[in-house]
Design a protein around this ligand. Structure first.
Ligand SMILES: [Cu+2]
Length: 298
């Protein structure tokens, strides 16, 4: 009698967390695929395919263990889809192409922490990613990270030369040959040179970085500092210390932390240096810092 009572109490206690887990709130995201002419920097424009009207698309942020629901609404003129690298799921079902005017919903549990690429899954995927259908998905680890100033940066590529009006049309031949005309952070050439990312000396900075490609391996480097910590794939179990440059291939992500010692401009570059002249440069600027007139930082 006594044992069965204790037994049922134990079963009740054990069952409670599972009931709570199964009843947990589902984190829901609606993503709209739509065509839009966007400003890609330096006075150039691109007839992009976007998620929610921007390149990259919105940051999707959840916690490890969350149930996630993604609905793709296709307001474009051709089929689009969405594939998130955070999901372990049958791609033919979840990531299927969605016809114009239709929508599609799938759910998954975000089991692994990290910073993941999401991107269009409709063929030809090469064009769909190059045209702008990509973004970052962050799955925060259960235990979280130490406090830091955080940024999300997504690397991408633009294929095609601007015409006399400054309009760039996607060049499929160059996409196939992996010869981008521009390599960009956050959807625009030199975007964070004009709009530097604000930091402070002595403060930990954390960059959630995703390389959307579609083709080039990024050599992530910040001039004037070391990467104190790199979390490969953004997973806290994959920790490297004191890294000068870290390679992030297309379709991969990393969390990279650094701290600068003195005021200044600290350029982030893809250290395949030809790409700096194609737009792959951003500035971290300490608050209140004014660069000397005419002083180049790279
Ligand atoms: Cu698409």
């Amino acid at each position: 009698m006594r044992y069965s009572l204790i037994g049922s109490l134990l079963i009740g206690l054990l069952a409670l967390p599972f009931q709570l887990a199964s009843a947990q709130e589902v984190k829901k995201f609606v993503i709209i695929a739509e065509e839009k002419r966007i400003d890609v920097g330096e006075g150039f424009r691109y007839d992009a395919w976007t998620y929610n009207g921007t390149v990259p698309g919105p940051v999707i942020r959840v916690h490890e263990g969350d149930d996630v629901e993604i609905t793709l609404v296709n307001k474009g003129k051709v089929a689009h889809g969405i594939d998130t690298h955070a999901a372990q799921i049958s791609p033919g079902r979840a990531f299927r192409a969605v016809d114009p005017g239709a929508s599609h919903t799938f759910r998954f549990r975000a089991e692994a922490p990290g910073v993941f690429l999401y991107h269009c899954s409709a063929p030809p995927i090469l064009n769909h990613i190059a045209n702008g259908l990509y973004g970052a998905m962050i799955v925060e680890p259960r235990k979280g990270f130490p406090p830091a100033r955080e940024f999300v940066v997504v690397q991408g590529e633009l294929y095609g030369e601007p015409d006399s009006q400054g309009l760039i049309a996607g060049d499929t031949k160059k996409m196939s040959e992996e010869r981008p005309d521009f390599v960009i952070f956050d959807g625009a050439i030199n975007r964070h040179v004009g709009e530097p990312l604000p930091i402070k000396a002595g403060e930990l900075v954390r960059v959630y970085f995703v390389n959307a490609g579609p083709n080039l391996v990024s050599s992530f480097h910040i001039i004037g500092t070391l990467l104190r910590t790199v979390y490969v794939g953004g997973n806290p179990e994959n920790r490297l210390r004191g890294v000068q440059t870290f390679e992030v291939g297309p379709g991969n992500g990393a969390i990279l932390e650094f701290m600068v010692k003195e005021p200044g401009d600290y350029p982030l570059v893809d250290h395949a240096i030809a790409r700096v002249y194609k737009g792959a440069v951003a500035l971290f600027r300490t608050e209140g810092y004014t660069p000397a007139p005419g002083g180049g930082s790279h």
